[in-house]
Design a protein around this ligand. Structure first.
Ligand code: PLP
Length: 347
């Protein structure tokens, strides 16, 4: 029986072309700035996001942490959504290692922050207050089911932050999913942010890494922070080579993942006891929940036995993510297996 793994797009393996590129990669010591393959990937990333420079980082988590540490000082306050990956899923690194206060405002179901909430959360000048220096956004929004922030919204909220002297970091782990879904370049989505990070290890299928992009001056400082965090890599061209292939060949095909996610969502919506936990499926993430007639532990056990893997998100909430290693017929097969499980366990 084929295991259908819908836990995350991070489970994607490098393509044969990536493995060849890795085998043949020209390398050097990147801490000395001498790895031509890393330098090429960084130049491509800067170009794709419309920024002056970029830095190759081991993970999305380290990319966001590097961004926060570069933009802020200990004791500053940063504003972010209560569903933000930086807030929920990065081990509190911004607080633990960056010494910043994380001030959350609610994310709406589209991953947005209400500008009025953000404006209220920005601290005034007062000897009792920490200084607010950074706003973090997320596009696509993971917890909000792959929701997209539009260029118009991003411009508006970044304009507000900049008027108050804040910098903006955009966690764009899946920014190319947003770009493909909207039919705009990623640079349009990142244009108003001071920095943007994206993952090559998710839907783009490379084995390792993220890119942090911004001005030359910002990236120079971020390079020191990355070194401080232990993220200075040597012959990193071996993994950067796969990233180059990812940026050259894997972006446009994300549309297939989006079509498969919509197909999955439609099918799940037709299974009694399952309902979608988002209004629309915009990219490759489907959030769904179970009604009381489908007991959560029986559902998990049944899916495991049927070889379907989804992410349990606590309570009765689940996440399924489509990616390159899931075909349209895998979606249909997964739906058939989920339907079988739901019939067996329904109370
Ligand atoms: C996956 C993800 C990250 C972190 O990436 P890792 O490489 O897993 O550390 C950051 N932000 C968002 C929105 C993500 O989905």
């Amino acid at each position: 029986m084929k295991i259908i793994d819908l836990r995350s797009d991070t489970v994607t393996h490098p393509t044969p072309e990536m493995r060849r590129a890795m085998f043949e990669a020209e390398v050097g010591d990147d801490v000395y700035g001498e790895d031509p393959t890393v330098n090429k990937l960084e130049a491509m990333a800067a170009e794709k996001t419309g920024k002056e420079a970029a830095l190759f980082i081991t993970s999305g988590t380290m990319g966001n942490l590097t961004a926060v540490l570069t933009h802020t000082h200990h004791g500053n306050e940063i504003i972010l959504g209560d569903g933000a990956h930086i807030f929920l899923n990065e081990v509190g690194g911004a607080a633990a290692l960056g010494g910043v206060v994380m001030r959350t405002v609610p994310n709406d179901s589209h991953g947005r922050l209400d500008p009025a909430d953000v404006e209220r959360a920005i601290r005034g000048k007062n000897i009792h207050y920490p200084e607010t220096t950074l706003l973090c956004l997320e596009n696509t929004h993971n917890r909000c089911g792959g929701a997209i922030l539009t260029p118009q919204y991003t411009r508006e909220i970044c304009g507000l932050a900049h008027r108050h002297g804040l910098k903006v970091h955009l966690d764009g782990a899946r920014i190319f999913n947003a770009a493909v879904a909207l039919g705009v370049p990623a640079s349009t989505l990142a244009a108003d942010a001071d920095s943007v990070s994206f993952c090559i290890s998710k839907g783009l299928s490379a084995p390792v890494g993220s890119l942090l992009c911004g001005t030359k001056e910002f990236i120079e400082r971020a390079r020191r922070v990355r070194k401080m965090l232990g993220g200075g890599m040597r012959q990193a061209g071996i993994i950067a080579a796969a990233g180059i292939v990812a940026l050259e060949t894997m972006i446009d095909r994300l549309a297939e993942d989006h079509a498969n996610a919509k197909r999955l969502a439609a099918g799940l919506g037709n299974i009694k006891g399952i309902s979608l936990a988002q209004e629309t499926v915009e990219t490759n993430i489907v959030m769904f929940d179970l009604s009381a007639e489908l007991p959560v532990s029986d559902f998990i056990a049944g899916l495991t036995a049927q070889g379907v893997k989804v992410g349990a998100r606590g309570g009765n909430l689940f996440r399924a993510v489509t990616h390159r290693m899931i075909s349209t017929s895998d979606i249909d097969e997964a739906l058939a297996r989920i339907e079988t499980v739901s019939k067996v366990i329904r109370k």
